[in-house]
Design a protein around this ligand. Structure first.
Ligand SMILES: NC(=O)c1ccc[n+]([C@@H]2O[C@H](COP(=O)([O-])OP(=O)(O)OC[C@H]3O[C@@H](n4cnc5c(N)ncnc54)[C@H](O)[C@@H]3O)[C@@H](O)[C@H]2O)c1
Length: 432
């Protein structure tokens, strides 16, 4: 039966189910449709599915036209009905893995996707987990769950982990060009999963176990987290020395080997980089090792928004103004430029701290028309940069969106806190 599955994967006659159609699942579904497979897209959000059925994509990397084209092939169906997954041979799980309030792994989405999968699970199938998670999840959670009712790995089913590496908004690397790491729970599982991804992706790199693949993903994102913390700390050192950290990074970046530039900012955001290292910390602690560097990096990055508010108070102070009652204009609230995603953005705590201090805060973000703060308050994006900038006592650039008018903003140098060095970078890039 599993030999048949391997053949169906190779000749692209098998049906894939993708559970969770967000930033990761939808691009993956379209990539497999383009490779000739039949896809059942399953998501628990029926409204979102209806939007997609009407040809509207809210995922930045998938245009509405690409979505319509995929649906028009007749090989891509959308459902929130678990029994529709019956016909799928391979189930790929792409659901969120956030942290709980106490910054512990929140496995509830994976558990709920597994509960759905169990309703249609049986001999001859393969499951693949793509969600970022703690090392051991595939072997310790998925394997026993899928082995229920006497089903056996390799005799009845296959299982693998393959981390997602999508970088939303990065047009240089479309999904199929990003090498795919694959680690199966058995040799046959690795082989089948590698054949599947090999049909749609340019390069597949296999490792000896799902745990190695889970760890590879955590190493990639912890590497970014720790280096961002290093440069954030370095920026604070430069501030205390009245040196320009951007000039220093540019100079260090001329070294052709052994250095990779990272850039400071108001904090760290997105669904991955701030959260994923905590999955590593959690598992490491269970095994008796207390990670120090990873925990310290998290602390430095988490403290950054408060430092930005302190800088804001210092600038206002030089103008003889208190933050209480000052009109503050925040530019950009997404976690990175030119994406419609405010998840874990440092703008959120910064807006909250500014409100706590009594600032009259406004924001402009062309990607985010409104934003809800933790205290429940909703803020609406202002539109007129010229008017808002003229009225503000302080302008803080938090996200360097391409379409901000940096020439206009540069005129407000004395009341500008540019946490991204966006103004000088943009003005330098302008043709003479
Ligand atoms: N966004 C990224 O850039 C990125 C990059 C690499 C890895 N990842 C990882 O991929 C995973 C998914 O992240 P995302 O950004 O796509 O999340 P997302 O929030 O954009 O999408 C998740 C989707 O899953 C759906 N969902 C939730 N529970 C479900 C369930 N039980 N069954 C079916 N669908 C369910 C939601 O409705 C949503 O549409 C996470 O583990 C994340 O860490 C994300």
């Amino acid at each position: 039966m599993l030999n048949q599955l391997q053949k169906q994967i190779e000749n692209r006659s098998c049906t894939l189910a993708i559970l969770g159609l967000g930033y990761v699942g939808l691009p993956l579904a379209i990539t497999f449709v383009n490779a000739g497979y039949r896809i059942i897209g399953y998501d628990i959000n029926p409204e979102y599915l209806n939007q997609m059925r009407n040809g509207i994509s809210k995922i930045l990397d998938i245009s509405s036209q690409e979505l319509k084209d995929a649906l028009a092939t007749g090989r891509f169906s959308l459902t929130s009905v678990p029994s529709d997954l019956e016909g799928a041979d391979v189930h790929i799980i792409c659901v969120p893995t956030p942290l709980s309030k106490s910054r512990q792994p929140d496995m509830s989405y994976i558990e709920s996707a597994l509960a759905t999968l169990l309703t249609v699970w049986g001999p001859g199938k393969m499951a693949i987990l793509e969600s970022t998670t703690y090392p051991g999840t595939t072997q310790e959670l998925l394997l026993p769950t899928l082995s229920r009712n006497g089903l056996k790995l390799d005799e009845d089913f296959l299982l693998a982990f393959s981390p997602e590496r999508v970088d939303p908004g990065n047009h240089k690397f479309p999904l199929h060009r990003i090498p795919k790491v694959v680690g199966g729970s058995s040799k046959a599982s690795t082989q089948a999963a590698a054949a599947l991804y090999g049909a749609a992706f340019e390069q597949v790199h296999t490792v000896s176990s799902p745990t190695a693949a889970e760890l590879a993903k955590l190493l990639e994102n912890t590497f970014r987290n720790v280096n961002i913390a290093l440069v954030n700390e370095f920026a604070q050192i430069c501030d205390s020395l009245k040196a320009d950290v951007w000039e220093v990074i540019e100079a260090a970046g001329t070294k052709p080997f052994g250095f990779m530039p990272f850039f400071p900012g108001p904090g760290i955001g997105g669904h991955c980089i701030p959260l994923d290292p905590q999955y590593l910390v959690y598992k490491s602690r269970l095994h008796g090792y207390e990670p120090r560097l990873v925990a310290l990096a998290d602390q430095i990055n988490v403290e950054r928004p408060r430092y930005v508010v302190q800088q804001a108070m210092d600038i206002l102070n030089t103008q003889g103004k208190a933050i209480n009652g000052a009109r503050v204009l925040v530019l950009g609230v997404t976690y990175k430029p030119d994406v419609p995603d405010p998840r874990e953005s440092p703008a959120l705590p910064i807006l909250e701290f500014l409100a706590e201090k009594g600032a009259d805060t406004h924001y402009i973000d062309p990607w985010i028309p409104s934003i809800r703060l933790k205290n429940g308050d909703e803020m609406l994006s202002a539109r007129d940069l010229k008017e808002e900038a003229a009225e503000a006592d302080l302008i803080i650039i938090l996200t360097a969106h391409q379409n901000f008018d940096y020439e206009l903003i540069s005129k407000y140098g004395k009341k500008l806190l540019d946490t991204r060095n966006a103004v000088s970078t943009s003005l330098r890039q302008q043709p003479n």
